[in-house]
Write a protein that binds this ligand. Structure first.
Ligand SMILES: Cc1cc2nc3c(=O)[nH]c(=O)nc-3n(C[C@H](O)[C@H](O)[C@H](O)COP(=O)(O)OP(=O)(O)OC[C@H]3O[C@@H](n4cnc5c(N)ncnc54)[C@H](O)[C@@H]3O)c2cc1C
Length: 477
């Protein structure tokens, strides 16, 4: 075997990537993990920089996090490339070789890695929702507000209002309160759960009592600090001129459509938390087939029982197969690595295989309940963007441009058609921020669904890189 050839390259060092790396390493696979962050942990287990000299902390409800991070730190047989972005992967169709060529750029320069198998464990993003004023300084996504707090100890300026639909908002609001921030209100788009919903949620309880108790603790913290918790309401505008001064809220119906009078709440920071969208662009760039599941994170990569995609040798684990929480990401990472190891002639033992299967079953029950209870009402969210609302923030394109194009071109019914004319999705984020809003606009105009509008093509490079990177990697070819 060539010294430069890895058995397995893993993109992403969150719970999925870390569990996979440890499993693969235990089976003797030569393993490389690449992540653009400075250290292992992914979104949920993100830690302050080492310069802060703090002990590793497990977040709310995940007591196993510190052990996972310690095991990863001790896995010196694994190669770790941090502060390194994977901007594309080439397979046999473009290289003629039978391994994968992973193209990266980062603090160590631009390089290629070769691997016999690829595991994409790239996680998810905060789901962007375009409402009037959402691009103003002082508006954050829930994950970003939390990231600032836990990784940099920077708390959002108060008064803070959180608006959205995902239970992560309760955790973030409580974390902000505990850090001393002035949190005024948490606004949920959905109503209180019915008794029937609570009954149907019962399968999520076994094995998750501690997580649920910690969530209840977050609610208690908010109540004790006088934070108002509102249900069945949506933000209709974020107010301010160059910075947030308030938020306008209105009563909403079950489909999150505005159905009541508006009220204004003073705020210096608005945190939006409508859930997550799976990060699938790398898998899509490789040609992996995807499917639409609105509740589970939008476009998801299709995988078989071994977490292998439609492209042989490419596996996906964690949020790109469905946004299901850290526990399921960890379980999927371990299961995918076990399958990869078996395929390379190094199967895990029967006891370990059963444990992996048990973890998967348990975490799936929990994830299914969360997804069902907090599924986004996409048409209602799309309707929050007024004609003047910026839809594509990279190219500064308002909703009226998209609607005007759709009005003038009755045959156009996909997000790619809108992109070609309006430039939505052509900026550095390549549509990560605007795709769902544009798809919602197409669906509203044509009377179809968001999935009917399709998705932007994912092309190399999937993340912005300099021309120098291309010159470094391809000049010699
Ligand atoms: C900002 C944010 C905060 C969250 N906070 C919580 C929380 O408090 N509680 C909770 O239950 N859930 C939270 N979640 C949901 C959480 O993402 C999952 O539960 C869990 O972290 C998923 O694990 P994962 O391994 O699938 O993905 P992640 O943990 O997202 O890990 C993916 C990793 O892949 C890396 N990556 C992605 N693309 C590339 C690339 N092209 N090149 C190199 N590296 C790449 C990322 O840097 C990241 O480290 C959060 C999600 C986000 C987006």
């Amino acid at each position: 075997m060539s010294a430069d050839l890895y058995d397995l390259a893993i993109v992403g060092a969150g719970p999925a990537g870390l569990a996979a790396a440890l499993e693969a390493h235990a089976q003797g696979l030569r393993t490389l993990v690449i992540d653009e962050q400075r250290a292992a942990g992914g979104q949920i287990f993100r830690q302050p920089p080492t310069e802060f000299d703090e002990p590793v902390r497990s977040p709310v409800g995940y007591p196993w996090a510190a052990d996972l991070l310690a095991d990863a730190a001790g896995a010196t047989g694994v190669d770790w490339w941090f502060e390194t972005t994977v901007f594309g992967v080439l397979d046999a169709r473009s290289t003629g070789r039978d391994d994968f060529e992973v193209l990266v750029t980062g603090t160590q320069g631009s390089r290629r890695a070769h691997a016999r198998r690829l595991l994409v464990a790239t996680g998810a993003y905060d789901m962007p929702v375009a409402i009037p004023g959402w691009t103003m300084p002082g508006v954050l996504m829930a994950g970003a507000a939390q990231g600032l707090l836990k990784a940099q100890h920077v708390r959002a300026a108060g008064p803070v209002v959180l608006a959205g639909s995902h239970p992560l908002m309760l955790i973030v609001a409580a974390q902000l309160v505990r850090s001393g921030a002035d949190v005024a209100e948490v606004v949920f788009a959905r109503g209180l759960p019915s008794l029937r919903e609570l009954f149907l949620a019962a399968p999520a309880v076994p094995g998750h009592v501690r997580l649920l108790a910690e969530l209840a603790g977050c609610v208690l913290t908010l109540v004790r600090h006088g934070v108002r918790i509102t249900t069945s309401a949506v933000p209709t505008a974020i107010i301010g001129d160059g910075g947030v001064t308030g938020i306008r809220l209105a009563k909403a119906d079950r489909a999150w459509r505005v159905r009541g009078p508006e009220r204004e709440v003073p705020a210096r920071t608005v945190v939006l938390g409508y859930g997550f969208q799976a990060s699938t662009e790398l898998a899509r760039q490789l040609g992996c087939p995807v499917r639409w599941d609105s509740a589970a994170g939008g476009w998801l990569v299709e995988v078989d029982g071994n977490f292998e995609t439609g492209v042989p040798g490419v596996f996906v684990a964690g949020e790109p197969t469905g946004v299901s929480g850290a526990e399921q990401s960890r379980a999927e990472g371990a299961a995918a690595a076990a399958a990869i190891a078996a395929g390379l002639g190094r199967p895990v033992g029967a006891v370990r295989a059963r444990a992996i299967e048990r973890d998967l079953r348990r975490s799936r029950r929990f994830a299914a309940v969360v997804q069902r209870m907090f599924a986004p009402e996409r048409p209602g969210l799309t309707a929050l963007a007024t004609p003047a609302t910026t839809v594509c923030r990279c190219e500064a394109i308002p909703r009226s441009d998209v609607d005007g194009f759709l009005e003038a071109n009755r045959h156009a019914d996909t997000v790619d058609a809108v992109k070609l004319s309006c430039r939505t999705g052509m900026g550095p984020c390549q549509g990560r921020y605007c795709e769902t809003t544009v798809a919602g606009a197409v669906a509203a105009a044509r009377g179809g669904t968001v999935s009917d509008a399709g998705r932007f093509a994912a092309q190399l490079p999937v993340k912005p890189v300099s021309l120098q990177t291309y010159a470094d990697l391809f000049d010699a070819d």
